[in-house]
Design a binder for this molecule. Structure first.
Ligand code: ZN
Length: 230
């Protein structure tokens, strides 16, 4: 048992991701002091807010939700950095469970048939061995009692030519293309598309454009965080 616990600690050390303090057994990822410092959006309106506004006039989005505010060097940035680059997939589970506490208050945050993640570049997947949205998406879809389809939307090109593109092209993500792999599985469905941090919303926009080619599809968006302008 001792060996098992030590073994686990190698992967998930019991230190607060933000202040590095040792965690009590009841604490996960963050110590209780740092939990209180996390900038939670606590969105009241899920049909008309800063997330849905990003897509206004571009895509028809049913509902939008975002859990945290993201800024350089804030706690959110540390959480997402550890989730993405430090093999801390447990942070995805932690964020989904915590977010659910706020989300379940919204009675109209329902009606979804599927949860779909924004797909990762194949090269990034190879490098990291995981998509940072998987543990988050799986936990969330269990709470919503719907399926998590991690491969129904795929990337079809790599941005290796990015350095040769103009700034304008890069902003518009013109080299990033997505493709719906299993169209029939999405027809007539209300899809909840998830991502980690939304800034300009360009990537999500490209995903939405592709998804909207599917017959009678409805799209809602949920992100872990939103980049707050300073
Ligand atoms: Zn702490």
């Amino acid at each position: 048992m001792r060996f098992f616990k030590d073994f686990i600690n190698i992967f998930y050390p019991n230190l607060c991701v933000n202040c590095q303090k040792h965690l009590y057994q009841s604490e996960k990822v963050l110590c209780s002091n740092c939990v209180n410092e996390v900038p939670i959006t606590d969105l009241k309106d899920i049909e008309n807010n800063f997330i849905t506004n990003i897509f206004y006039g571009k895509s028809t989005i049913e509902k939008g939700f975002c859990f945290l505010f993201y800024q350089k060097n804030n706690i959110t940035q540390k959480l997402i950095h550890n989730l993405k680059y430090k093999n801390r997939e447990d942070i995805g589970v932690f964020l989904a469970n915590w977010m659910w506490f706020y989300l379940k208050k919204h009675q109209n945050f329902s009606g979804f048939d599927l949860v779909i993640p924004v797909p990762l570049h194949k090269s990034k997947f190879k490098l990291r061995g995981y998509n940072q949205l998987t543990s988050f998406g799986e936990t969330l879809s269990k709470k919503l009692n719907v399926a998590f389809l991690k491969n129904s939307l795929v990337r079809v090109s790599k941005s290796e030519t990015q350095t040769f593109k103009s700034r304008f092209d890069r902003f518009h993500n013109s080299d990033t293309k997505f493709k719906v792999k299993d169209v029939s599985a999405l027809e007539g469905k209300h899809v909840l598309l998830i991502d980690d941090v939304v800034t300009t919303g360009a990537t999500l926009q490209v995903c939405c454009n592709e998804l909207q080619k599917v017959k009678n599809i409805k799209i809602s968006i949920l992100t872990m965080a939103y980049t707050k302008k300073t």
